[in-house]
Design a protein around this ligand. Structure first.
Ligand code: FAD
Length: 392
């Protein structure tokens, strides 16, 4: 083993969770080291989330993490649910007085990396956590490997697992306990294309052939998804086939077509770890939970965890008060399970299961009507989609 470095908080993962946590801790004068196995370029260019809840935008803006989120991002005050050939707008602003912003996750990461490096943050790319040692002690250690494979360790008061759903910290915390897990019999085929927007707001369309989501990125680039088989090969379709599938699933709208320059198949999973904390090792974001993407909750949940955890670590490390850290798992899980429910509900309401019967399909339309024709149904969707207020 090589050198041992020490810090107050060792953060594994430079996704939205790890970077925002380092930023909020830094503002309270709490030093941390952040490591990520990927290069800076990979982190800054991987296309993922795009819909930010109002609370996420507020925390990014107010903390100085991103000013571009409100200047470059675009606010949306509603979405459309389309089924049976008809569109129904779910109005956010008038219903719950909140909205969402379209601003890509990798732009959030670029903004965070910029402000962190400017503030002198110790942020290391190409450094992979191999394991967490002394998990049950009050000085846990991250065993890490640098870009050339050289081993070293980071000893800290707290280790935070922000390393996503395939990291190493989850197992260090949950051990053999794992978590609650569910798979889905469908996935999303996602495309990025060079075309003008086809609609002003997002369209969530449930058609007899399956679901499609028409989403926007910028005046010249659009993001769209359609329901597919989890084992589909992204390269098995030519561009014409992709446009025909998408077009058939949003009857009533003529899509603006253009060159498709990225395609991927995104599998659906729901997961909640049985433990979010073991002694002084804590999980946040996708390391603690995964949701199917239909409700756009993944990144937003990561931010909500971090807001709670940053308050808890500030109390612990500046006032020696452990009560908020003790309360972290229960407080975080309250929101996580609400978001799990919302994501599961939106997914099942809008997608056609491979074994769906005529009864199932007719019932689903009944469910969609229950939502769009009821003031309370629309209000629940608007409230959950724009995000419950962040607890501090
Ligand atoms: C196509 C797609 C669309 C999505 N759309 C939305 C949306 O609209 N709204 C929304 O809220 N969410 C959405 N999500 C989910 C969202 O992207 C994730 O929930 C979010 O990235 C979680 O952030 P995180 O920081 O917890 O984890 P991640 O973003 O996964 O970051 C984890 C980091 O840890 C690093 N890492 C992993 N293992 C190690 C290791 N051993 N050592 C060091 N580093 C390691 C990884 O390289 C990575 O950079 C979407 C996801 C996908 C894939």
């Amino acid at each position: 083993m090589g050198t041992t470095e020490t810090t107050r908080v060792a953060i594994v993962g430079a996704g939205p969770a790890g970077l925002l946590l380092a930023h909020l801790l830094g503002q309270s004068g709490i030093p941390s080291i952040v490591i990520d196995g990927r290069t800076r370029e990979e982190v800054e260019t991987t296309i993922r989330a795009g819909i930010l809840e109002q609370g996420t935008v507020e925390i990014l803006h107010q903390s100085g993490a991103s000013n571009r989120v409100t200047t470059v991002g675009s606010r949306h005050d509603g979405i459309e649910l389309r089924f049976d050939g008809e569109g129904h707008r779910i109005e956010f602003a008038a219903t719950v007085g909140r909205g969402v912003w379209l601003y890509p996750q990798h732009e959030v990461l670029k903004d965070l990396i910029g402000v962190l490096l400017e503030a002198g943050q110790d942020l290391r790319f190409g450094v992979t956590a191999v394991a967490v040692a002394d998990v049950d002690s009050d000085r846990p250690r991250v065993i890490a490997a640098g870009p050339d494979g050289e081993r070293f360790e980071i000893e800290a008061d707290i280790v935070v697992g922000a390393d996503g759903s395939r990291g190493v910290t989850r197992e260090a915390v949950t051990g053999s306990h794992g978590g609650f897990y569910r798979e889905y019999p469908f996935a999303w085929f996602g495309v990025l294309c060079e075309a003008p927007p086809s609609a002003e707001e997002l369209i969530y369309s449930s058609s007899p052939d399956g679901f499609a989501l028409i989403s926007q990125r910028s005046p010249t680039v659009q993001r769209m998804y359609f329901q597919c088989d989890p084992d589909d090969d992204p390269d098995a379709y030519d561009e014409r086939e992709l446009w025909d599938i998408l077009q058939a699933r949003v009857p009533g709208t003529t899509l603006n077509e253009g060159r498709i320059f990225q395609r991927d198949v995104l599998r659906f999973r729901s997961f909640v770890a049985h433990r979010l904390r073991r002694a002084r090792v804590v999980l946040v974001g996708d390391a603690a939970h995964t949701v199917p993407p239909t409700g756009a909750k993944g990144m937003n949940l990561a931010v909500a965890d971090v807001v709670l955890l940053s308050d808890a670590l500030r109390a612990l490390l500046t006032e020696n008060d452990e009560r908020l850290l003790d309360a972290y798992p229960e407080r975080a899980l309250a929101r996580i399970w609400k978001a799990q429910h919302f994501s599961w509900w939106m997914t099942n309401m809008l997608h056609v299961a491979p074994d769906a019967t005529d009864f199932d399909r007719a019932r689903q339309v009944g469910e969609l009507r229950t939502v769009v024709e009821s003031e309370h149904g629309r209000a629940y969707l608007a409230e959950a989609y724009t995000g419950w207020p962040l607890a501090r």
